[in-house]
Design a binder for this molecule. Structure first.
Ligand code: C2E
Ligand code: CA
Ligand code: CA
Ligand code: CA
Length: 278
């Protein structure tokens, strides 16, 4: 038992014990969730500045028998603390690649790109490059349509390894997006060393546009910098026409957010795309 200060022995705190129990139940359930078929991907459409659909981001949900649909924020951070994230990350990549293959059969969806979130532990695991290669091949998915989203903070953690991995995987034709951009502290020079294709402006900066002066300045600077590096820029969390118009007038290339659509189950996503072309 750990002593957490005078007269406090945390181990015997019943509420602490309850929290630990809940956590280990969750961990245990997570270990079985893939086999039990409880994970599902939702797809949030992405648009260019002519409002044409250009792709989607795959977002994981856990269909829990007791608790219903659980958002990734409630189980991904826990999964990332152990190797549980590895089979989950693999399942996401496999399911996304199978979806790309399914979309390739329809002219309305065959040009769509699909963004997949990659967690730090998954990216750093030995054999990640082979995993991407094998999963693409096994699912007969076009690598050109796959975009891997890495977060700014994980990229900075080991820049040399990141540069090397990105370069190897890009040889397959896969694209890379830097997620949550603006929340970390990557320098201009660091960015130039990574062979990225896209920067994704974090929704926390989009939220208060265009009123909030500081965020407007930050977003304008990010777009200017990204454009000067020849990167494609996408903004996430776009909820209002005013936000879209501000971003558009400053040279943003693409948008994702509730203004256009929430993340959708695949049937609803396909119906959404059919509706556009109807
Ligand atoms: P993220 O990669 O930054 O994804 C964007 C989040 O913003 C998603 O939350 C999305 O539903 C939400 N969002 C989209 N449009 C709007 C909007 O207009 N307004 C607001 N307020 N929010 C919007 P979600 O699906 O809950 O995912 C949360 C985070 O969980 C993701 O953040 C990502 O970091 C992580 N995640 C999701 N799926 C996966 C996955 O398959 N693997 C890994 N490693 N992480 C994942
Ligand atoms: Ca993302
Ligand atoms: Ca984000
Ligand atoms: Ca994120």
């Amino acid at each position: 038992a750990k002593s957490a200060g005078r007269n406090t022995v945390r181990f015997y705190d019943p509420s602490m014990q309850a929290a630990l129990d809940r956590r280990s139940t969750l961990e245990n359930e997570l270990r079985h969730a893939i086999r039990r078929g409880q994970f599902v991907l939702h797809y949030q459409p992405q648009f260019d500045n002519t409002r044409r659909i250009i792709g989607a981001e795959a977002l994981l949900r856990w269909q829990h028998p007791k608790h219903g649909l659980i958002a990734p924020g409630d189980f991904i951070p826990l999964s990332e603390q152990s190797d549980i994230i590895l089979p989950i990350g693999r399942w996401v990549l496999e399911t996304a690649c199978a979806q790309l293959n399914a979309w390739s059969c329809d002219e309305r969806t065959r040009e769509l790109r699909l963004g997949v979130n990659i967690s730090a532990r998954q990216f750093r695991q030995p054999g990640f490059i082979d995993q991407v290669c094998n999963v693409l091949e096994a699912n007969n998915a076009n690598p050109q349509r796959l975009t891997l989203e890495l977060t700014e903070s994980m990229v900075l953690d080991n820049v040399a390894d990141t540069i090397q991995k990105i370069e190897m995987i890009k040889r397959l034709g896969v694209h890379f997006s830097l997620d949550d951009f603006g929340t970390g502290f990557s320098s201009f020079s660091c960015l130039t060393r990574l062979s990225l294709d896209q920067l994704k402006i974090d929704k926390s900066f989009v939220l208060n546009l265009p009123e909030q002066g500081t965020d407007a300045v930050i977003v304008t600077a990010i777009i200017t910098m990204a454009r000067s590096l020849g990167l494609n820029i996408i903004a996430e969390g776009v909820e209002t026409e005013a936000q879209r118009a501000f971003l558009d007038s400053h040279g943003c290339h693409a948008y994702q957010g509730h203004l256009f659509s929430r993340p959708l189950p695949v049937e609803a996503f396909d119906a959404f795309v059919s509706g556009i072309y109807a």
